[in-house]
Design a binder for this molecule. Structure first.
Ligand SMILES: [Zn+2]
Length: 387
């Protein structure tokens, strides 16, 4: 073996004066080709945006344009559902995907809510949509909780079937009347969560964002590209934002204080990359469920662990997609239903890795797709699902 002179000298020094073992330092941009030997590419390296190698792996592929069973999309953000041509256009997309009911989780209250309920009825599509109402969490002060709870009761009487999506600004940036940050477990809001329990409706809540959004924006950050693309996803500034674990603590205290309220946390609680942590939450809080929207990239990189988790917690998981782009749903069906290997995710900046199918059994798919939703949202449309 031919060693470089520098390496030989270094080796001689190490031999002469034994030192504690040290990690060899890899020069930036160089690849190790043999132990402790580095090479620099002969050509300028492409950026992470440019390097898109074609996939030469030949394995069976199973595209899944339609879900195997009718689906409830708990986390829908359709356009405003008032005009019949808009409503019918959304329904055509849902039909092509086998989504039976979309819950409009954009959260509308008062006339915005009643106009949409009237809109889908007038279009003859009332069986295809459910509506969540929203909570006005701005300027909370003494007495706000009772007022918000009263509005919630009014909206549920008007036809809403749950609360949500409570947005991620809650806890992160929404201020109280006195100028302080509104904490997720603020006792002023207790009457709201108790009202939801009394009305037997779910509370769909998005807390925080991926933990990497709080980590330093360096080349070790798994979400570097996403953070470089979206300034409003950067929470590194501790003078402006609470840290990730502060938000998790407030969230968990909220669940603990209202055991009779059914909570659905969005995006697997941002624990999709640490399912054991989410499992501990499910074990601790029987009133807790979760929705799987926009974290498919984390499930698809751990198909065996995710399969085991979905089997174990099959009564606690619900399908949700989040952003309404019909062409993206089939990626979910493929990850959840097939055992395909090494295929692309739909957004490159979320995942620098490939997806693998979880191959979930039918009983689990049915619970994930519709049975759990029918159970925890008593007011939603119930036609068109298998017995
Ligand atoms: Zn959402």
């Amino acid at each position: 073996m031919r060693l470089s002179r520098r390496f030989a000298l270094a080796a001689a020094l190490v031999a002469a004066a034994p030192l504690p073992a040290q990690e060899p330092i890899k020069p930036a941009g160089q690849a190790e080709v043999r132990p402790n030997q580095f090479r620099t590419p002969e050509f300028p390296a492409p950026s992470i945006l440019d390097y898109l190698p074609r996939n030469t792996l030949v394995v069976p592929t199973h595209m899944v344009p339609r879900a195997k069973f009718p689906v409830v999309d708990l986390h829908g953000h359709p356009p405003t559902l008032v005009l019949p041509e808009i409503i019918n256009g959304v329904v055509r997309s849902l039909d092509s995907l086998n989504v039976r009911v979309m819950i409009n989780a954009s959260g509308s209250s008062g006339t915005r809510l009643t106009q949409q309920i009237a809109g889908v009825q007038a279009a003859g599509q009332a069986e295809r949509f459910g509506f969540f109402t929203t909570l006005n969490l701005r300027d909370v002060g003494p007495g706000s909780g009772a007022m918000i709870a009263a509005q919630l009761e009014t909206d549920i009487k008007a036809g809403a079937v749950g609360v949500g999506e409570i947005g991620k600004q809650f806890g992160v940036s929404i201020k109280k009347r006195d100028g302080t940050r509104l904490q997720i477990d603020d006792p002023e809001l207790d009457p709201v969560w108790e009202m939801a329990a009394k009305l037997k409706i779910p509370v769909f809540i998005h807390v925080a964002d991926p933990a990497e959004f709080w980590s330093p924006l360096d080349f070790h950050n798994e979400r570097w590209l996403e953070l470089a693309l979206f300034p409003d996803r950067r929470y590194q500034d501790r003078s402006r934002y609470p840290d990730f674990e502060t938000l998790m603590g407030e969230r968990d205290r909220l669940f603990a204080r209202h055991p009779k309220t059914t909570f659905v946390i969005a995006h697997l609680g941002w624990h999709a990359q640490d399912l054991a942590r989410l499992g501990k939450l499910f074990d601790r809080f029987p009133n807790l469920h979760s929705e799987i929207g926009a974290v498919l990239y984390d499930l698809g990189r751990q198909p065996r662990a995710a399969h085991a988790f979905f089997v174990k917690y099959q009564d606690r998981l619900l399908f949700g997609k989040d952003a309404f782009y019909p062409e993206e749903y089939p990626y979910y069906w493929r990850v959840l239903e097939t055992e395909d290997e090494y295929f692309d995710y739909y957004r490159g900046y979320h995942a620098f890795w490939k997806m693998y199918g979880m191959g979930l059994p039918d009983t689990v798919l049915q619970k994930l797709y519709f049975r759990n939703a029918l159970r925890i949202i008593p007011g939603m449309p119930r036609t068109g699902f298998p017995k």
